[in-house]
Design a protein around this ligand. Structure first.
Ligand code: NAD
Ligand code: TYD
Length: 350
């Protein structure tokens, strides 16, 4: 039985990862540490309420006492750090919070992990690993050509990407200085079930269904490289098991789309599948995001060649699956946006 400390496992990717792992393996125990910000929703994990392999703990990755106690109570084999503030627009309004959670929270987690896994006498515990879930946004922005490689210098622009880059450097420092067994994954934009509707894909679906404007930042020609969330989960699992210690792995599926292409895809799916017409008139050009990165495009060559990872879901299949999921789960969308259900279910776990 391998025991995992998964942080941020009530958020979008974290909850998909917890569900993916518990579906795939019977010999896995997951302690899920999440402070339940607006982005963390226990409703995502409702199907695990009676699963003894999942233990939810409400708490902050920056709380040294709590994290150390968890290490004493459970002998973790792996730490997977998803916990973060993750939305670029919020980071422009509240940079301090992003530095606190993403940088200082990560440093605390690294420190508690080192204290639990390392002794002067015996060195590092055997078979353990800390994995930092990072993003392609740390590399900055591309022109019309080229891709981010693992050795592309970090050049973050937003407070979000700068805080993620800061965390990456601290993880690397623990690897280089203390020989801590670490890996870093840097993935492109994810889409799929359970994503909070402030990010582009779920926001568009929610607004289409409510006949609200679809905000297009700038000219709508910024490019993002989209990956179905289950393929990201698969990559993290493979890096945990097979990744060479100290290495960084880029994760992405070469699915670059302009934001306008995404918006038109969502509108056309809704029009073909829902009995209410959504017109392109809802598309509304708004002021551009400050410092808006033009293009992300990631080269996943290393994880493919060295670990045999490949994405299983094409963009066309994944985006249709995703839109269908939101249409089938309108209650989830309503609950996470009003927050009432979240408050109720949080009380249940206290
Ligand atoms: P999310 O915002 O949906 O979830 C973040 C989770 O972290 C939430 O459950 C929140 O409650 C929790 N959290 C926040 N602060 C915490 C704290 N101090 N202590 C404990 N828990 C805390 O984010 P996401 O989209 O699922 O992203 C997860 C990770 O993956 C992040 O580190 C993000 O940088 C990275 N990432 C995201 C994407 C993407 O497209 N969404 C792509 C690449 C990498
Ligand atoms: P987002 O989902 O916030 O992810 P990120 O900024 O981390 O890539 O945004 C994806 C792209 O969509 C980005 O170029 C900004 C753009 N965007 C809009 O045009 N309108 C919106 O309402 C949002 C949320 C994003």
């Amino acid at each position: 039985m391998k025991t995992y400390l998964v942080t941020g496992g009530a958020g979008f990717i974290g909850s998909n990862f917890v569900l993916y792992m518990l579906d795939k393996y019977f010999d896995v125990k997951i302690v899920n540490l999440d402070s339940l910000t607006y982005a963390g929703n226990l409703e995502n994990l409702k199907s695990l309420e009676k699963n003894p392999h999942h233990i939810f703990v409400k708490g902050d990755i920056g709380d040294a006492e709590l994290v150390s106690d968890l290490f004493k109570k459970y002998s973790f084999d792996y730490v997977v750090n998803f916990a973060a503030e993750s939305h670029v627009d919020r980071s422009i309004k509240e940079p301090e919070l992003f530095a606190k959670t993403n940088v200082m929270g990560t440093v605390n987690l690294l420190n508690c992990t080192k204290n639990a896994w390392y002794t002067e006498e015996n060195g590092w515990a055997k078979g353990v690993k800390y994995l930092q879930v990072s993003t392609d946004e740390v590399y900055g922005s591309l022109g019309d050509t080229g891709f981010f490689m693992e050795d592309t210098p970090l050049d973050p622009h937003s407070p979000y990407s700068a805080s993620k880059a800061g965390a990456d450097f601290m993880v690397k420092a623990y690897g280089d200085t203390f020989q801590m067994p670490i890996n870093i994954t840097r993935c492109s934009n994810n889409y799929g079930p359970y994503q909070f509707p402030e990010k582009l894909v779920p926001l568009l679906i929610n607004n289409c269904l409510n006949h609200k404007d679809l905000p297009i930042y700038g000219d709508g020609l910024n490019v993002r490289d989209w990956l179905f969330v289950a393929d990201h989960c698969k990559a993290i699992d493979m890096v945990l098991r097979q990744g060479v210690l100290g290495e960084v792995y880029n994760v992405g599926g070469h699915n670059e789309r302009t934001n306008l292409q995404i918006i038109k895809k969502v509108i056309s799916y809704i029009n073909e599948n829902v009995d209410e017409e959504v017109t392109e008139k809802l598309m509304t050009y708004v002021e551009d995001r400050k410092g808006h990165d033009k293009r992300y495009g990631i080269a996943p060559d290393k994880i493919k060649a060295d670990l045999g990872w490949y994405p299983e879901t094409t963009f066309e299949v994944g985006i249709e699956k995703t839109i269908k999921w939101y249409l089938d789960n309108k209650e989830w969308m309503a609950n996470v946006t009003t927050g009432d259900y979240q408050k109720y279910i949080t009380k249940m776990y206290k």
